[in-house]
Design a protein around this ligand. Sequence first.
Ligand SMILES: N[C@@H](CCC(=O)N[C@@H](CS)C(=O)NCC(=O)O)C(=O)O
Length: 220
Amino acid sequence: MKLTLYSRYRNSAGQRVRTALNIKGIDYDYVGVGKSGDISKEDYRIVNPQGLIPTLVVDGEKVTQSTALIEFIEENFDGPSLLPDDPVARARSRAFGQVIACEMHAVGVGRMRRHLADEHDMTKDDVRRWYEHWLHDGYATLETLMRQRSAPTPFCYDEKPTVGDLYLVPQFFNSRMFEIDLSPYPLLCEIDERCRALPAFDKAMPENQPDFPGKLDGWR
Ligand SMILES: N[C@@H](CCC(=O)N[C@@H](CS)C(=O)NCC(=O)O)C(=O)O
């Protein structure tokens, strides 16, 4: 299968997919979207009419949405499984990832923040408060879930990283960049650190992408 991933160095949803591809040891071509990349945001609309990244092109067929892509990778490639063996841990790892994707990332992503400022007259401070509220709400939930595990594991629900961990690391990266206080979440901090020490996660980090412009732009 020939795989081409449209992403951007700082693309939280794309970083999940990059990590999944790396864990499985799958080769893929990378196309950077945006200013420092290979294709402009405007031209990218031809690839994905929603304009969101990532998109994975599989033998010429375009597929979007990181969660669908991670499932596609898990279902069609050998290599370490991205899911725990235990059926309940499997569902919980998926749920952990969905708290981040649906209840944290989706409500605070750039286009959402721009819309609040431009169409609802929210000041920069108001937007920041909105962003931080949903972020802390989600992190507090995830920390509680980690504390409540009857058998704690080094990664969210297994001895190895599974889907939930793929979502945590990019979200933590963004939070650190936006100077969010993560100290109330010690268990999440430990898991994030353990993941980032692994080559598959490290290779997927923003600063290790071909379109990384050399510095991060912080809150905007
Ligand atoms: N639900 C989508 C979310 C994709 C998404 O929101 N991507 C962001 C970057 S992480 C994006 O393209 N943002 C463009 C923008 O905010 O203008 C997925 O999981 O793939």
